[in-house]
Design a binder for this molecule. Structure first.
Ligand code: KG4
Length: 336
């Protein structure tokens, strides 16, 4: 089954063709990062306009790079939630038009379910059930992946997402946007004990997290150093920050895994590329005996291959949409 998949939930326009869920025939991504860098973050209106400009050409390219004609497509899958509403709408409307004109079924895919499915592309042997730590610019959640299409959130952030925290702190340091990648590089070889930063606990909710305190503490530390004319050891600061983020995420996903007893842990989303989090998870799983599944770096960030992969399983479960499909800025992952 050949699925044309479309993703436009934030600042990357993406189109891909997936065969039978797990084989990537093509994957095209058009990044808008340069457009947004000058503003230090994504400007929703600009993102929507750029999606409109890029999407049709990118979908054509995905079909031709897959070595197929449009007549050989069997369905169209699209991210319909969550994300920047104007941006998601562009993808949804394009996918509706493509499916209608080609006479194909339309498959709505939850963006975070797509991130989780990126693991199926990297690991052909991975099957639910497992626990997945979903960490991106907009999401921080520990998800119980009971089956390909049945999921429940076990815990999540009460405020900022981990990726958002990386981005805000990096912006104040002036080291670029999005900030997670540069912070990760800067942290390598840095002394992670030099700047003690807080790891929050949500009382009564063992698997929940909070990153706003870490963000405030980090910004205060940076501003205080500036005011006192002190030079911050950037590498040590980035390492201390990475340690605090990882120290919040890793113990909780390990606790979730032991609660469910699945013995399998996956990670998903842009922040899943972080080398400290990956290393800490590897060490924790070596101790606990859990099997760890890490997506290849190229499938961690936003892409449409992951949407085509999850779309295949949604289709098998009968989850197709009518022409009244809407886009949603927020949507519970359990609802699909
Ligand atoms: O999944 P993604 O591409 O988009 C969303 O769906 O949000 O995630 C983007 C986020 C950004 O916050 C970015 O700073 C972060 O992923 N990120 C990283 C790394 N690479 C990207 N965060 C930490 N370490 C990285 N290596």
């Amino acid at each position: 089954m050949n699925i044309l998949a479309i993703e436009s939930s934030c600042d990357d326009t993406a189109a891909a063709v997936m065969k039978d869920g797990r084989t990537v025939l093509s994957s095209c991504v058009s990044s808008q990062v340069e457009m947004h860098t000058v503003y230090g973050g994504v400007v929703p209106e600009i993102a929507s306009r750029k999606h409109v400009e890029a999407i049709a050409g990118l979908a054509d390219r995905a079909v031709s790079e897959a070595g197929l004609t449009k007549a050989e497509l069997d369905a169209v899958a699209v991210t319909y939630a969550p994300g920047l509403i104007g941006a998601v709408l562009v993808g949804v409307n394009f996918a509706k038009g493509a499916a209608l004109s080609l006479g194909l079924p339309l498959i709505p895919v939850h963006h975070v379910r797509g991130h989780i499915a990126a693991n199926y592309i990297t690991h052909p042997e991975l099957e639910p059930p497992f626990v997945c730590l979903c960490v991106s610019g907009g999401t921080t959640a520990i998800v119980d992946v009971q089956s390909y299409t049945e999921m429940a959130v076990l815990g999540g952030t009460r405020d900022d997402a981990a990726g958002e925290c990386f981005d805000k702190v990096a912006r104040v340091l002036g080291i670029g946007y999005p900030g997670g990648g540069p912070m990760d590089k800067l942290a390598r070889g840095g002394d992670d004990g030099r700047y003690p930063l807080p790891v929050a606990h949500v009382s009564g909710a063992e698997l929940d997290m909070s990153f706003s305190g870490l963000k405030t503490a980090s910004l205060n530390l940076i501003h205080n150093a500036e005011q006192k004319g002190e030079t911050l050891d950037l590498s040590a600061f980035a390492a201390s920050f990475g340690k605090a983020v990882s120290g919040s995420l890793v113990p909780r996903v390990m606790a979730a895994s032991s609660m469910t007893g699945y013995g399998k842990i996956a990670v998903a989303g842009g922040v899943a590329a972080n080398s400290r989090i990956r290393a800490d998870l590897q060490a924790a799983c070596a101790r606990s005996g859990d099997r760890l599944f890490l997506p290849e770096l190229r499938w961690c960030g936003d892409n449409a291959a992951m949407i085509g992969c999850q779309g295949f399983y949604e289709f098998l479960a009968g989850h197709t949409a009518g022409w009244d499909l809407n886009a949603y800025a927020t949507r519970d992952i359990g609802l699909g």
